[in-house]
Design a protein. Structure first.
Length: 365
């Protein structure tokens, strides 16, 4: 039987596990046996009803204390390294490593002679030393590397066995989106999905909301309410105003797109560069214009004055001006909305999962 052993460190509701879920579902429907090794909870647990999937879970979560997070990470790598030996005598097993982080099972896979395929979502070379080390390990351990954008692949030293497969959205998600440009334009609502990481632009989004009190702003932060409340106090944002609504981590973000008019990604390219960015794709699939950074895989998705605008977070004045322009010109909004739908259609879930499944299938040979 075709057998995929998949390793993913942290099972939450962020981009990489969402894409992984789509790929694994395609594999399961084709009859593959899938062993999934990941933390408890999160979007991947929605696959547990498949009879040909077996999940191996462990406790893992991020801590505000970096040392505790690193200790937890090291424990999981040690645990999954030794767990990997249970597939020693499974001749047709392929190790599918999602993100750079599961280094332990990738190393174990090579030790026991398995084919190792990495699905590389990060840009390690825009991060710190730790991620650079993981990227070097990936390039030495992987038989095949799947990158999510041309920009991301350009940083790798190796070119053999590297394939660019852009992310896509599962049909079950896009079916929940409602494309209604006239209603969206009338709402005058700016949406951003973010986290509390410094480079994500959460602080700047709140500042924009204070500059533009005539519009509604909605911020969905991928963290607990407790951590969000603490961050707001620590950053002197305890009073954010009535026109800004902040939500904690959500299992389903489709309703937020259906209630928005414009979506921002304010990642600071001097601190972190998005290799792809699911949020703009989700927005465009709902017919919403987007404003994104000027570089990275995320910039490959947007053309200025066509389906949105590329502006760096350092230029808040320009972002503020574009928001006003988009919300005051219905003809412009309609054009951006129509093109957003057309551009989103380029990222087809069947094509994406099909290409990845092909790579995993050929890894058996």
């Amino acid at each position: 039987m075709k057998h995929i052993v998949c390793f993913h460190l942290f099972n939450d509701y962020s981009g990489s596990p969402k894409v992984l879920k789509m790929v694994l579902e395609g594999l399961l429907k084709k009859g593959y046996q899938v062993d999934l090794v990941s933390s408890r909870g999160g979007v991947l647990d929605e696959l547990l009803h498949y009879e040909n999937l077996h999940k191996h879970s462990y406790p893992y979560k991020f801590s505000n204390n970096p040392m505790l997070t690193m200790l937890s990470y090291c424990f999981v790598q040690l645990y999954t390294f030794f767990l990997s030996f249970r597939w020693l005598f499974c001749k047709d097993a392929v190790f599918y490593i999602n993100t750079l982080l599961p280094a332990g099972p990738a190393l174990a896979g090579r030790v026991i002679g398995k084919r190792v395929v990495y699905h590389y979502h990060e840009n390690a070379f825009a991060k710190g030393t730790f991620y650079k080390i993981l990227a070097v390990m990936m390039q030495n351990l992987a038989h095949d590397i799947i990158c999510v954008s041309r920009y991301q692949a350009s940083f790798l030293k190796r070119t053999h066995g590297v394939t660019v497969v852009p992310n896509a959205l599962p049909k079950e998600f896009t079916d929940m989106l409602i494309c209604a440009p006239d209603a969206a334009f009338a709402r005058k609502t700016v949406l951003m999905l973010s986290s509390l990481k410094d480079y994500k632009g959460t602080r700047e989004f709140i500042q924009l909301s204070q500059r533009l009190p005539e519009y509604k702003f909605v911020l969905v932060i991928n963290d607990t309410q407790e951590n969000i409340d603490k961050w707001l106090v620590d950053n002197d944002f305890s009073n954010t105003g009535r026109h800004l609504t902040i939500w904690s981590r959500q299992e389903n973000v489709a309703p937020f797109y259906n209630s928005a008019s414009l979506v921002l990604n304010l990642s600071d390219r001097h601190k972190f560069i998005e290799t792809f960015g699911l949020t703009p794709l989700e927005a465009m699939s709902a017919g919403l214009p987007v404003i994104v950074p000027t570089v990275g895989g995320i910039a490959e998705m947007v053309e200025d004055d066509v389906n949105g605008y590329k502006i760096d977070v350092q230029n808040l004045n320009a972002i503020e001006g574009r928001i006003r322009q988009i919300f005051e010109d219905e003809e412009l909004y309609s054009k951006l909305s129509d093109n957003a739908i057309l551009y989103s259609a380029r990222y087809n879930p069947e094509d994406t999962s099909g290409k990845i499944i092909y790579i995993l299938s050929n890894a058996h040979k």
